[in-house]
Structure formats: structure tokens, C-alpha cells
Design a binder for this molecule. Structure first.
Ligand code: LIP
Length: 286
């Protein structure tokens, strides 16, 4: 079996370099542009950091392929093939970055034959390096990570996001999901503003579940394997097998909690990442 440890170590080194750039500009004024909605922001830093990451990887691994948030936004084809592929979100939590809300992350996943071999999430302001390699465990700053194992949803802290969607159907679906979970009840609902760091809380055991509809593959590809290697469970919100292109995810401490969250949570329609690179969820007539 191929050993991708050298790629993982290289990925960690460039994630640290990218984090230094993000941190150096965190307090500065940003040049902000809008993407799919008034809440879907991109800065010049996002674009520059992604170019730096891809350039560094391409120099070392010229045959490898890329799926980058800002490259796709600029028109690059979003296609996951069997080739070694780096899936990159240069700044996950861009709205936080613009507002100086201290949760922003560099997220890098690596797939071969469409299977994730490792994931890296560097929470820049916290200086927390989360990573996992398939079959070799999950780690935070070098210490092993273990999900909580909680099996009773009424004893869970649940993390989610109100993403960039601002149409009535998405907002009513998201808020009704939160209402139904609080009525179960669960112990609490949290949202950090970055899917990658949100999901890593499940790997640490500090949260027991995370769910989201509308995020993209680059937001969660790395944190999904980190949760799995920490002993957690990652599925689709419809209860089926996790599919990073579906734009729906539940990550949890156990199968019991994952399936219970999937029963309660409803999804609004979203075109798959590999069908609609613009990533606009379909607005339904309500
Ligand atoms: C963000 C996600 C966040 C979601 C935002 C956005 P970005 O990713 O991490 O969870 O709520 O809508 O998708 O755009 O900052 O890389």
C-alpha cells in the first residue's frame, strides 16, 4: 500500500506557512468581494494564499491535481478523479477573517482513487494543528484525539452553521432544524463560522455532533477524516454514506447520535459540488 506520509508532512509544512500569512493580515483592512450571496465573501488574501499553496504543491508533485475553493470560483473545473488530488480551502471562515472573529483555518485534504488519505486543519488564531492519516489516528498539536463516544443525543453539544444562503427556504429549513434539535432536547447548539474547525470539535470530544447543509467539499474534506480517525462517525444528512460532494454532512460521536441527528435534520435542495461549481443552492418557490 502506498505510503503518503511524505505528502502529509509536506502538507503540514505548507499549511503552517499559509497560516502565518493569514495571521499577518488578520488585523488588517481587507479587500472583500461577494460570491454566491451577500454573506459569501472572498478576500485577496484567500486568493493569494490558495495560489501559494497550489504553486508549492505543483513544484513538488507536478502530476498531482487540485480542487481549490478560489480556483473553482475563478472557473476551474471541479472534478474528483482517481489521481492524487489536493482539496484546499485557503481560509475557511472568510467572514470571520473579514470581521476579525478569531476562528479561521487553512484546510487541506488529500485523496487518491477518490479516497481521503489525510486531512489537515490549521486553526490559525488558536494555533491548533489538527491532522489525521487514514488508519493512523487523529491528532491535535501532536496529541491523539478521541471523539466523546456519546450515544444519547439529549446529552450532546451540537455544532452547525448558518451558511451563506439567504433565501427563505434555506433559512426556514436551517432555523427549523435548530428548533427541533433544541426541543429534543440537546444540551446546546454552537457555531464557530468555519465548517472545518466546527467539525474538528467532534474529533476532540468537545462537541458530540456537527451537521451542515450547503457547505462545499473543501470546507469538510479534511475534517471528515480527522473525525473518522478520532473514532467518530461521518454520514450524509439523509443517513446514507458520507459523500463529500453532496453538500450535506453529519459528523458525530457515535452511529446512534449520527443517525438520530439525521432523522431530525431536514436538508434544503443543493446542487452537488461536482454538478454546480458555482455552488449556488437551488432557490425553490415557497
Ligand atoms: C465557510 C464555511 C462555513 C459556512 C460559510 C462558508 P469559507 O467557508 O466554513 O461553515 O457557514 O457559509 O461556506 O467560505 O469561509 O471557506
Amino acid at each position: 500500500m502506498a505510503n503518503w506520509t511524505d505528502c502529509l508532512n509536506f502538507g503540514i509544512s505548507i499549511a503552517k506557512q499559509a497560516s502565518e500569512i493569514v495571521l499577518s493580515e488578520f488585523q488588517q483592512q481587507k479587500q472583500v468581494k461577494l460570491k454566491s450571496s451577500p454573506a459569501d465573501l472572498v478576500t485577496e488574501t484567500d486568493q493569494r494564499v490558495e495560489k501559494i499553496l497550489i504553486s508549492a504543491i505543483r513544484n513538488k508533485y507536478p502530476q498531482h491535481r487540485f480542487i481549490g475553493e478560489e480556483s473553482v470560483a475563478a472557473g476551474d473545473r471541479l472534478e474528483l478523479t482517481d489521481s492524487p488530488t489536493w482539496i484546499i480551502d485557503p481560509i475557511d471562515g472568510t467572514v470571520n477573517f473579514v470581521h476579525r472573529f478569531p476562528f479561521v483555518a487553512v484546510s487541506i485534504a488529500f485523496t487518491v482513487n477518490k479516497q481521503t488519505e489525510f486531512g489537515i486543519v490549521y486553526s490559525c488564531v488558536e494555533d491548533k494543528l489538527f491532522y489525521a492519516q487514514r488508519g493512523r489516528g487523529a491528532f491535535l498539536n501532536g496529541e491523539p484525539l478521541h471523539a466523546s463516544g456519546q450515544e444519547d443525543v439529549s446529552k450532546c453539544v451540537v455544532v452547525t452553521e448558518i451558511g451563506a444562503e439567504r433565501d427563505d427556504l434555506a433559512l426556514s429549513t436551517m432555523t427549523s432544524n435548530i428548533f427541533r434539535l433544541l426541543k429534543l432536547p440537546v444540551h446546546g447548539i454552537r457555531a464557530l463560522g468555519t465548517a472545518a474547525v466546527d467539525m474538528c470539535q467532534v474529533a476532540t470530544g468537545g462537541a458530540d455532533a456537527y451537521y451542515h447543509i450547503g457547505m462545499h467539499c473543501w470546507d469538510i474534506a479534511a475534517s471528515a477524516i480527522i473525525v473518522q480517525e478520532a473514532g467518530g462517525v461521518v454520514i450524509d444528512t439523509d443517513g446514507s454514506e458520507f459523500d463529500m460532494m453532496s453538500r450535506r454532512v453529519v459528523a458525530a460521536s457515535s452511529s446512534a447520535v449520527a443517525n438520530r441527528i439525521a432523522q431530525v435534520v431536514q436538508a434544503f435542495p443543493c446542487r452537488r459540488d461536482d454538478e454546480d461549481p458555482a455552488g449556488v443552492c437551488v432557490e425553490q418557490q415557497v
